[in-house]
Design a protein around this ligand. Structure first.
Ligand code: ZN
Ligand code: ZN
Length: 446
């Protein structure tokens, strides 16, 4: 029998106090606080053991700092038209708080050299309040495949970039060797992030994207996900995607319901794909970083390490077209002390009703137009599908719906929910924002 020391009203008040306290805490203290709070709530009977609980939590998800970022751009260190200092200044003026310079690692370019690292260090000194990460856009071997991977380095370990380029931008290099070597050289997984750039740009079929990802993830936990929102957004064909075009500016492997991203999520894997990048080379065919394609991260601290932690944790969303400035997707269930947000995993009894909420703030300079929200996932039937289509009127800034966690997906133990929001950018063109998924482990009710 349920042991309750407090009335339902008392419990609601206590849980309310815990939630308020979490909002006030520094992000790094939230996890410790929640462990103690949850233990007390279990003792009082306010939270029962077999109700919902967090299995993977991102302590900074709700209280972290919000950083607008662009994680993919080129300078004159490879084939970009602008000097790094000119591009960085333009990007910060356009609203970036964080960026990664990812020049091509081709051997004839100057990325991944001492000169490149010196330029990055000088720019960090010049812009101490901004976050600047160094990286490479690596030609995944064999180079003829045209597969590109963004490799981001924490400044603490970025000197490894030089040897990485020398060893693995070569005809006989393999992904397994490259990943193996980097794990030897850089022990802390969160100091590196691999991003599968513009996965279907050259018409690569879903099955191949899926197989590629499975191989990479098998070889390294540093592979964090996909650039779902590719760059070259002012170019025809959009994104330089040919023969298969982008879908409303997003990569088809991510945008089509049931495509590679959903299939991986259905299998219980968690690649993050809510990444939109400028892939800036020159003004005109690409927008300035953060002017159009924006990735917005919730970070534990505004540093390169904080950005990399958020990339590994999945605490971010992204938009093609600047139409919203803030987007929060949460899932709540009876027993949860805090609602779950992207990147987190909760455990709930099978059949639990999940209250899903989208809260957003429109870009102040954009016209307040209606927004369409889609909830996508496999929690209803165990297969990826559109679970709900909702509308936010021009005067609303949030919407809720309820979905039952009624079935696990192909992994047999969990399902997931994700969301996207469709609106209009300043020019009246369709604009779309994507969030990362929330995973729901479904357990048989006791
Ligand atoms: Zn590329
Ligand atoms: Zn690029």
């Amino acid at each position: 029998m349920k042991r309750t020391l407090l009335t339902a009203g008392d419990c609601a008040a206590v849980i309310g106090l815990v939630r308020e306290q979490v909002q006030r805490l520094q992000p790094e203290n939230v996890a410790r606080y929640l462990v103690v709070a949850l233990a007390s709530l279990l003792t009082t009977g306010c939270v029962e053991k077999n109700t919902a609980r967090h299995e993977v939590s991102v302590p900074w998800a709700l209280g972290g700092k919000q950083l607008v970022a662009d994680l993919h751009m080129h300078t004159r260190f490879s084939d970009g038209a602008l000097e790094a200092d000119v591009l960085v200044r333009k990007a910060f003026l356009a609203g970036c708080h964080a960026l990664a310079i990812t020049d091509h690692s081709d051997s004839q370019g100057k990325a991944g050299t001492v000169e490149y690292l010196n330029a990055l260090s000088a720019l960090r000194k010049q812009y101490p309040k901004h976050v600047l990460i160094g990286g490479l856009e690596w030609n995944v071997p064999p180079k003829v495949s045209g597969t590109h991977m963004g490799v981001l380095f924490d400044p603490l370990v970025e000197q490894n970039m030089i040897a990485f380029k020398q060893r693995f931008e070569t005809p006989n290099a393999t992904v397994a060797d490259a990943f193996g070597w980097l794990s030897q050289m850089v022990k802390e997984p969160a100091h590196i992030a691999f991003i599968y750039n513009h996965p279907s740009r050259l018409g690569v079929p879903d099955a191949q994207v899926l197989a590629q990802w499975a191989d990479w993830r098998h070889a390294s936990e540093r592979a964090i996900g996909f650039e779902g929102g590719p760059g070259h957004q002012n170019l025809t064909p959009n994104g330089a995607y040919s023969p298969v075009p982008t879908e409303e500016r997003w990569d088809p492997a991510i945008a089509r319901i049931g495509a590679a991203w959903d299939q991986l999520l259905d299998r219980g894997e968690s690649p993050w794909a809510a990444i939109a990048s400028s892939d800036f080379h020159k003004p005109g065919t690409e927008y300035t970083p953060c002017e159009f394609s924006r990735t917005v991260l919730s970070v534990p601290e505004a540093t390169p390490a904080g950005v990399l932690k958020a990339l590994h944790a999945g605490s971010f969303w992204a938009a093609q077209g600047h139409f919203i400035d803030y987007l929060l997707f949460t899932a709540n269930a009876p027993g949860l002390v805090m609602p779950a947000s992207p990147g987190e995993t909760i455990r709930v009894p099978l059949g639990t009703s999940l209250k899903l909420r989208i809260a957003l703030e429109r870009y102040l300079e954009a016209k307040p137009t209606p927004l369409a929200v889609e909830i996508i996932g496999n929690c209803r039937n165990g297969k990826p599908e559109r679970l709900a289509a909702l509308n936010i009127t021009p005067t609303q800034s949030e919407i809720e719906t309820t979905i039952a966690a009624a079935a696990p997906g192909a992994d047999g133990t969990s399902c997931y929910v994700r969301a996207r929001v469709r609106g209009q950018n300043m020019k009246g063109e369709p604009a779309l924002a994507y969030v990362n998924p929330i995973r729901v482990r479904v357990a048989a009710a006791r």
